[in-house]
Design a protein around this ligand. Structure first.
Ligand code: COA
Length: 329
């Protein structure tokens, strides 16, 4: 749907939703498929179980519908659907097109692939659309990693699962929620984590771990600087849910206590593009975020990509303030 640039204006999240397939694979279930054990996986990753099954379009539709219903927005008024996924159902078309049809939307729809940073990339992209005149944008993050994970390979099979999370963004006259953001990519490290078309994920676990801690801390610092806030002002951090030890090491670098982190990976494993919105929804549903609270989203993943955003929760409908700043790279 065409839109007219309208100058500085921001967005607020007015609804959110999630979807997880019914089938659960516990660490104990994996013991019969590979040389591993429940205690090792919990200790080294923090993961106890993951969900498998479903399709990227199906899970996206469920999460997206919940976000739309919560916001109370008429689906006919949605201007764009941005779907972050690294596991589309088909090569062509974008899974967003299928989701648009299943949700009965009349709007532009496209996929964003930035691996596990995808939802934060999509969130920033959606803010760009709103700054250019869109009124309502649905931002979904979904992955069905069971289709590219070898559950007999103990190097990767313990980590990944399926899920979806969505947020409905609405334009506001003022600056909106987003105060600052950062998008990064370190293409030289792409061989640390990849899947060829039709193949399984291949990973150098220690290398990914080492780079992830630094990438998360660096990207978060850039977003915080661009937002003009310090880490001790944050009420909540919503990190990519890859490994509890990566989260704790990166938060230590940022001097943020672990109590401020939103964590769902014990129940979901690493759901890639879905992990940040799943953890955000969990924290919101638990009442962990109040009006005026500062929240940091920080993702990293294959690429290696990284993305962060700082938002001030609540409905900022005041006069237009400064535009969100973009961190330098
Ligand atoms: N179950 C049981 N033992 C295992 C195991 C498993 N699944 N995987 C490895 N081990 C063993 C190793 O054989 C090794 O044994 P040894 O000391 O007798 O030689 C020991 O555990 C340590 O292996 P190592 O590879 O050093 O483990 P690690 O502490 O690095 O943990 C990962 C492995 C994969 C959990 C960890 O490297 C990691 O999380 N990396 C980041 C991966 C990630 O987040 N990817 C997604 C990014 S979006």
């Amino acid at each position: 749907m065409p839109a007219t640039p309208s100058g500085a204006r921001g967005a607020i999240i007015t609804g959110w939703g999630t979807a997880l397939p019914d089938e659960i694979v516990t660490n104990v279930d994996l013991e019969s498929k590979m040389d591993t054990d429940d205690a090792w996986i919990r200790d080294r990753t923090g993961i106890a179980q993951r969900h498998v099954g479903g399709t990227t379009a199906g899970l996206s539709t469920e999460a997206g519908r919940a976000a739309i219903e919560m916001s109370g927005v008429d689906p006919a008024e949605i201007d764009a659907l941005v779907l972050a996924t690294t596991t589309p159902d088909r090569m062509v078309p974008a899974s967003a097109s299928t989701v648009q049809n299943m949700l009965g939307l009349s709007c532009g729809a496209f996929d964003v692939n930035a691996a596990c940073s995808g939802w934060v990339y999509a969130l920033v992209t959606a803010h760009g659309l709103i700054a250019m005149g869109s009124e309502k944008v649905l931002v979904i993050g979904t992955d069905t990693l069971d289709r590219i994970t070898d559950y007999t390979d103990r190097n990767t099979g313990i980590l990944f699962g399926n899920g979806s999370g969505a947020a409905l963004l609405e334009a506001v006259d003022g600056a909106g929620q987003m105060l600052g953001w950062d998008l990064d990519s370190l293409g030289e490290a792409e061989s640390a984590l990849f899947a060829e078309i039709g193949g399984f994920l291949q990973m150098e676990g220690r290398e990914v771990f080492r780079r992830a801690v630094r990438l998360m801390a660096d990207s978060a610092t850039k977003a915080l600087t661009s937002a003009g806030v310090s880490s001790d002002e944050l009420a909540l951090v919503v990190p990519h849910q890859a490994n509890i030890r990566i989260i704790s090491a990166s938060l230590e670098r940022l001097e943020i206590p672990m109590e401020k982190a939103a964590i769902v990976l014990d129940r979901t494993g690493n759901t890639s593009s879905a992990s940040v919105p799943l953890a955000l929804a969990d924290a919101l549903d638990a009442g962990r975020v109040g009006d005026g609270d500062l929240v940091l989203f920080v993702g990293f993943g294959a690429g290696m990509s990284a993305a962060s955003a700082v938002v001030r929760w609540g409905a900022d409908r005041g006069p237009a303030l400064e535009r969100p700043g973009r961190a330098g790279t």
